[in-house]
Design a protein. Structure first.
Length: 280
């Protein structure tokens, strides 16, 4: 083993939520370990890692150049790096088996300027500072298709893959084939997942839809971070408004409903006795 004071480098492993894994190093040559190539020439650097005992959050930041082989501005704007997992090592570039982990956490706020980026890093204890707990209400807190919901949105009749025929407002309005097998409003409150094109891997929620002559127009709550193009393939999933009636009648999934449909409303809780009509 060589002296780390003269052969020391840093390496970063970044894993996005879509499963993409990237490696960077501030050394002048690529390094390889843990079956990952850490690319040099990205201009990556990091400030000193502040670590403390207890549950204090480790604070540091990383900076680097925006480039096609590294982090691209369009990907940052599209939100592909939001919450990405990050691990930083100090490594002996002459013997990569001699290394130690300096930091493990996730990316926080990312800023861009002058062809470079600067990212806030958040330690593993960051999640402990977030408020949690269950809300007891009439609406279902689960996301359609997740583990709590248990519904398979991929089954026939609840999703469709189609090509976009028209785009407006930078992708906030998409026109697709009519899809006559789906009732009007079937996709309201549902998800649009972009399968191909510049926005692949991104998703957006459907605010409302329109039936046109031979087409269906989807209005999204917000345009995706990357602008799609005509001909891109999207996957549209059925919408759920979180009500018990929808869960029972549309999805036949009432046994997995996570809300409490019989919780008294605020009006009922504030009601007072009075003569006349009964309170039911």
């Amino acid at each position: 083993m060589t002296d780390l004071t003269t052969t020391r480098a840093r390496a970063w492993a970044l894993e996005r939520r879509d499963g993409t894994v990237m490696g960077f190093t501030d050394h002048d040559r690529d390094l390889t370990f843990d079956s990952l190539v850490f690319r040099a020439g990205t201009g990556m650097s990091a400030s000193a890692v502040v670590q403390a005992t207890g549950l204090a959050v480790d604070n540091t930041e990383a900076a680097g150049a925006l480039s096609h082989s590294g982090l691209r501005e369009e990907d940052i704007l599209a939100g592909r790096y939001d919450g990405a997992a990050l691990t930083i090592w100090e490594v002996d570039w002459a013997d990569v088996s001699a290394r130690r982990m300096l930091f493990r956490g996730s990316l926080g706020e990312i800023t861009r300027a002058g062809g470079a980026f600067r990212a806030e890093l958040r330690g593993l204890t960051e999640a402990l500072s977030q408020s949690g707990g269950r809300v007891f209400g009439t609406m279902c807190p689960a996301v359609l298709g997740d583990g709590a919901c248990g519904f398979d949105v991929g089954q026939t009749g609840f999703s469709a893959e189609v090509a976009v025929s028209e785009i407006a407002e930078d992708g906030a309005i998409l026109t697709v084939p009519e899809l006559p097998e789906f009732a009007a409003g079937w996709f309201v409150d549902g998800q649009v997942r972009f399968v191909t094109g510049a926005a692949h891997g991104l998703r957006a929620s459907v605010r409302r839809e329109e039936k046109l002559d031979g087409a269906r127009r989807l209005h999204l709550w917000a345009a995706p971070g990357a602008t799609p193009a005509v001909g891109d393939t999207i996957r549209i999933e059925a919408g759920c408004d979180k009500r018990f009636e929808t869960c029972r009648l549309k999805f036949l999934n009432q046994l997995n409903f996570q809300g409490f449909p019989h919780v008294p409303s605020d009006d009922w809780l504030m009601a007072t006795p009075h003569a006349g009509d009964s309170d039911d």
